[in-house]
Every structure is written in C-alpha cells, then in structure tokens.
Design a binder for this molecule. Structure first.
Ligand code: F6P
Length: 422
C-alpha cells in the first residue's frame, strides 16, 4: 500500500465540429494511500480545480500551486514550444523528486497536446510512477462560445486585458494554434470525456484504469461539470442552544432565529425566483428544518450527512462546562481541533469524510442549491469550494444569519456574502 503510484491526467477541451482544439491540459500523479500532499502545476482550470478540491477531500492533502504565463501555451512559436517543453520537463523532474520524498498525488496542468510531449513525460515517469491521461472533448458550439466568453471575463489569464474583444480574438488564435499540433491521446492509461459538458448524455471512455483512487476520480469526473450555478450556504437561524452557549443537541430556533428564517425565505425567493429547478438542502436536525420552513417554492431534501459535528459525551454542554469538567478533553481539542475526536463523537476529519456524497451531489447539480446546515459542517463545505487548507477548516469564520453565495463556473469559484441580520 505504500508504493507510490503515478497517474498522469491530460485535460484537453476539443472545441468545434472540425477543429480539435485544446483549451488546457491536466496531469495527475496519484497514490493509493491517504495522501499527504498534492502538487499542481500550470494554469488553473475549473475542472482541474474541481478535481483538486475533490482529491483534497478524499485524501486530506496539502496543496501547492505554480502558475505559468499564458504565452507558454502558444503552439505556433518554436521558441514557445521549446520553452514549454523545457518547463514541462522541469515540472516533471520536480514532481518526480517531490514524489520520491513522499508526495503521492500531483496534478500537472499544462498543454501536453502532442504525442512527442507525452512520450517525453512518459519516459521520465518510467520506473518512477504511473500516469493517466485525461482528455475532455466538446463538440457543442454554444458551449464552446459560452466557455470562451466566460474565460475572457473571469480567467486570471485575461485579468489585465481591459478590451473584451481583443481578449476574445487572442484566445481564439490560441485555440487555432493548439488545433494545428493536437494529436488525440491513444497511449497508456487514459480517461476520455466526450460531450459530457452539456449534461445531455455524452460518453466516457476509460482505458487501462484500475485501483481505488483512479476509480473515485472517474466517478467524480462523471458527476462534475462546469455549468455556472450558485450554491448558497447558510447556518440555521439562532437556536435556543446557541442562546445558552450549548453545543450540539436538537433544539428549536430562538425568536431571533425565527426572524432569520423569514428573511432567508424572502432572500431565496427573490434570488432564485427564475430558477424553477433549485432545491433546499437541510440536515435532519430541527433547527435547519425550521429555518427552511418559510421557504415554500422549492423542494426540500434532508441529509444526515449535513448534521452538525457529533460532540459525543459533550453534546449539550457549554465550552465552559467542558473546560471545567473535562479539562484534558478541552486541552486536546484546543491543541488539534482538526484531528480531535469527541469521546463517542466525531472529529473535523470525520465530518469532512462523511461530506463526500454531499460534495459529489453538489458538483452534479446544474440548478442552484441552498444548503442550510451547521457551523462545523459548513466550514468543511466552504473550505472545499473556497480551496482553503485543511488545517484552517476548524477556525474558519462561519457567522450566523449570513449567506455565502458560491458561484460555480468555467473559470472556478467566486464568492459573495449577504449578512441578513446584525
Ligand atoms: O455552537 C454551535 C455549534 O454548531 C455546535 O453545535 C458545534 O459543536 C460547534 O458549533 C462547532 O464549532 P466548533 O468546532 O468551533 O466547536
């Protein structure tokens, strides 16, 4: 189980009917065991970001990123090609060295669009790690057009280009350059996603893939997509336990909590009025169900996985009582809040793990979702979307009576906050 395995994913968006155009590419280096690290190289793309976030949840890893200038991705310039080959080979050397020091999952996000480049990387990987290529193909012109426009509006590559049309033309010619050199992946282990972006069918081809982590990644890729949609995260309204400083339990809302439930309902009905397919997700605890109560126009789904962290023998106590009656437990939690598990209860790591099916479902949804849950659970969910490091999760601020809107899309995740009450 401790042998390092290496998987190389390649992400190519093939755009248009005739053209085979590459938008981006991605490589993953993966191990079978719970991984301590992930290394991500190259330009940041929404799918590679989503995959990175997911592996993060699966493996509890530390993330490291390097960004390269967009000019490296031009295919019509011999100096550019040479520079990119050099960068690719340096990146690969770095990854191999890093994996030899114990790294187990890496994502290589680069323009590996030719057989020659892939062969170079595969040779370097030989005897060091395994590789899987990932290729995504899209033949739907409307989606391509939408993605290009969103890319220009939102990508850091074009953040310094104030002229939209100039950015648009630049990106189109970048795609033309890729089209000229592109050779489809037919070698080694690979996953091909064909026309899966629209959500209307499509195809996935899996060649020479086996093992737990690659299997989970195929599962994730089948479910994820880049259709823009918001996810609204909010804690329940203030509960009677909150008023008394008691943790856990299953109490009802306080009067203030009930006022929040009404304000939330007004907000949701205004914000999502044209979103017929939206849904409201709550935990199975009364305070979230009651918070969702006044919202009437959307279906509601209860998830046990959205229940608050189980405080075990401390359930219903105040932090003061825990400190006084169980000082050792109090200290242990203070020293390592992420890993600390309440006696007969849960740790933050347990919560993160049990959220995996919720995350897969959120990735799969194409319509907006309002998640009404609890402090610890929302810290973990928020960290997933906002790409926050594991060790920060138990300390993320998650105030009551505030909505965090996460906008999912082609160029990653954006965030807005709405404070509905003081
Ligand atoms: O106090 C509200 C609450 O949701 C408790 O039920 C839960 O135990 C706690 O927050 C989680 O926050 P922390 O991990 O900071 O104790």
């Amino acid at each position: 189980m401790n042998s390092l395995q290496f998987h190389y994913f390649r992400l190519v968006f093939l755009l248009g009917e005739r053209p085979l155009l590459q938008l981006n590419s991605l490589a993953i280096f993966a191990g079978w065991v719970i991984t301590p690290n992930i290394l991500m190289l190259g330009s940041i793309d929404a799918l590679s970001m989503a995959l990175t976030r997911y592996i993060y949840v699966l493996c509890s890893i530390v993330l490291q990123r390097f960004r390269f200038n967009a000019d490296f991705f031009r295919g019509d310039n011999p100096e550019g090609v040479e520079a990119r080959n050099e960068v690719a080979s340096l990146a690969m050397e770095d990854m191999i060295a890093w994996m030899q020091e114990g790294g187990q999952v890496g994502i290589f996000d680069a323009t590996n669009s030719t057989r020659e480049r892939r062969n170079m990387l595969m040779k370097m990987a030989e005897g060091n790690c395994k590789m899987i290529f990932l290729e995504t193909l899209c033949n739907d012109k409307r989606i391509i057009e939408r993605n290009i426009r969103l890319k220009i509006q939102q990508s850091p590559d074009y953040a310094e280009q104030p002229d939209f049309e100039a950015g648009y033309e630049d990106f189109k010619s970048r795609l033309d350059n890729y089209e000229k050199v592109y050779e489809p992946v037919e070698e080694g282990s690979y996953i091909k996603m064909i026309d899966m972006v629209s959500g209307n069918g499509g195809q996935i081809q899996v060649n020479n893939i086996s093992g737990y982590l690659p299997g989970r990644i195929v599962f994730f890729l089948v479910n994820t997509h880049l259709t823009p949609r918001p996810i609204l995260l909010t804690r329940h309204g203030e509960s009677r336990h909150n008023l008394r400083g008691r943790i856990g339990g299953d109490s009802l809302l306080s009067d203030t909590g009930e006022i929040y439930a009404k304000k939330l309902s007004n907000f949701v009905e205004k914000r999502l009025k044209s979103e017929k397919a939206a849904s409201i997700w709550t935990s199975t605890l009364q305070r979230t169900i009651q918070t969702a109560g006044p919202i009437v126009d959307f279906p509601k789904i209860q998830w046990r996985a959205l229940d608050e962290i189980n405080a075990g023998v401390c359930d219903g106590m105040t932090y003061e009582e825990i400190k006084r009656n169980m000082p050792e437990e109090y200290e242990s939690r203070k020293n390592d809040k992420l890993r600390y598990r309440y006696p007969r209860g849960e740790s933050y790591l347990d919560v993160i793990q049990r959220l995996e099916p919720v995350i897969i479902e959120l990735e799969r949804q194409r319509a907006p979702v309002v998640v009404i849950s609890h402090q610890a659970v929302l810290r973990a969910l928020y960290a997933y979307f906002a790409d926050r490091p594991l060790k920060e999760i138990p300390h993320i601020e998650m105030p009551l009576h505030t909505i965090i809107e996460i906008q999912m899309g082609v160029t990653g995740v954006q965030e807005k906050r709405y404070k509905l009450m003081d």
